[in-house]
Design a protein around this ligand. Structure first.
Ligand SMILES: [Zn+2]
Length: 429
């Protein structure tokens, strides 16, 4: 097994910054760290990253990768107008296996270039998303979308769930891909169908990933339709008792936060999408205090308009300081933990999210060469408040290099971007 000793000025190891360190890797696994002045055993090949820091790969816990082809297509609109009058019609017209594969390829380029190594995706035609992630060498929890009505992707909840079943068998024990089930939201999926999804996920130990309380109107609408709030529906279906990831949760009341905290539920905070669609600020400070595992997601590129986790981390750190009038809330280290360790916990990835002995070698190299990164006092603060995706120089997943000095090694960035421009010419006409 090939062994490497990666040297950087700073290494975020065991959730702390260490100066002048070698990160030791054997195959796909981290073996440990070594002082930068120590003699490296002969069996290791030494790789040096000058004026750089090594961080864990970022984990985006809520996105829709194929929506990169709708980036910038419909901006400055309210959620339901955006969804019903723009996004859903465009999806009905354009989505095909070729579209999903090509658009996910574009998202894979963006993720690698922005230091994301794992994505928790929710969409349809998921086999093509899994294939694209696999080709790029990225990790994905690939969610199969479930709706209560027929679309070109399926006929009814049972049919969507059967698609997940097929894909689950295909990717069992895969080193990169896990399959999840994604009932879209309580306003498109009935309480009975949620129960079926929970049963399926429970039986196969899969992640259930759904939208919850993104818009303020969802609670009243659900009460009128089912006599229950969306949170009550989730609780009654057993969704808080399995490994579930709830995206958004902007409009929870204190009682709901207490309930979800007592069940150690994972909530994905998608601050930029919530800002852009004017859905409000999720009360993540209260959620963290109650015991909710809060993670970070970008949502799709059509409502963000990127899937850059470094930018997203900065927005989380800044907006909640302003929102709570408290400069000490959500400090940089806590936000980085949300985007790495908490994300891995939410997805049940026991060997990722933290760089430490025995974990998988999913790491990114961030250069401190740019003028905005000069000088350096606190590397984690630098990443959150001064850094941007262009500072990410190298990316590794399971010990395999996906980007070397800003050049992708597994997929062809120029060809993928050219293909995306070609699709956009068709979509606009
Ligand atoms: Zn979403």
């Amino acid at each position: 097994m090939k062994k490497y000793a990666y040297h950087a000025n700073y290494v975020h190891y065991n959730s702390k910054i260490h100066n002048n360190i070698y990160l030791l890797i054997c195959g796909d696994t981290i073996e440990g760290m070594l002082d930068g002045d120590a003699r490296v055993p002969d069996e290791y090949e030494i790789v040096r990253f000058e004026n750089s820091a090594i961080f864990p790969g970022l984990i985006n816990t809520h996105t829709h990768l194929p929506m990169s082809f709708f980036r910038g297509m419909a901006d400055d609109l309210h959620l339901m107008d955006w969804l019903q009058n723009h996004i859903w019609p465009a999806e009905a017209k354009w989505i095909s296996p070729e579209f999903v594969q090509a658009a996910t390829d574009l998202s894979c380029v963006e993720m690698i270039k922005c230091g994301t190594t794992t994505a928790n995706d929710m969409y349809f035609m998921s086999e093509h998303i899994a294939a694209s992630l696999h080709k790029a060498g990225l990790k994905g929890t690939v969610g199969v979308g479930v709706l209560d009505f027929a679309t070109k992707f399926g006929t009814c909840a049972d049919d969507y769930i059967s698609k997940a079943s097929e894909l689950y068998l295909k990717y069992q024990n895969d080193g990169l891909i896990n399959i999840a089930l994604c009932p879209h939201a309580p306003y498109t999926v009935s309480p009975d169908s949620y129960k079926k999804c929970v049963e399926f996920c429970s039986k196969h130990d899969l992640v259930l990933h759904t939208h919850l309380m993104e818009a303020k109107s969802e609670s009243a609408d659900s009460l009128a339709k089912y006599g229950k709030t969306p949170v009550q529906i989730m609780n009654d279906a057993g969704a808080f008792d399995i490994r579930s990831v709830f995206a958004h949760c902007v409009h929870l009341n204190d009682e709901e936060i207490e309930l979800m905290g007592s069940k150690n539920v994972s909530v994905t905070h998608c601050v930029e999408s919530n800002l852009k669609l004017a859905n409000g600020f999720a009360p993540i400070g209260k959620m963290v205090s109650a015991g909710v595992n809060v993670t970070i997601g970008t949502d799709g590129a059509a409502s963000n308009n990127d899937i850059d986790m470094i930018g997203e981390m900065r927005t989380v750190a800044l907006t909640h300081k302003g929102f709570r009038c408290d400069a000490t809330t959500f400090p940089a280290a806590k936000v980085l933990k949300m985007a790495t360790e908490n994300g891995a916990k939410a997805l049940g990835l026991k060997d990722t999210g933290v760089l430490k002995k025995g974990h998988k070698a999913d790491f990114i190299v961030v250069s401190f060469d740019s003028v905005m990164m000069t000088p350096v006092y606190h590397p984690v603060s630098h990443l959150i408040y001064s850094g941007n995706c262009n500072d990410v120089t190298d990316v590794y997943v399971n010990g395999k290099c996906l980007m070397k000095n800003r050049e992708l090694t597994t997929i062809d960035e120029q060809a993928i971007k050219a293909n995306a421009r070609e699709w956009a010419r068709k979509i606009v006409n």
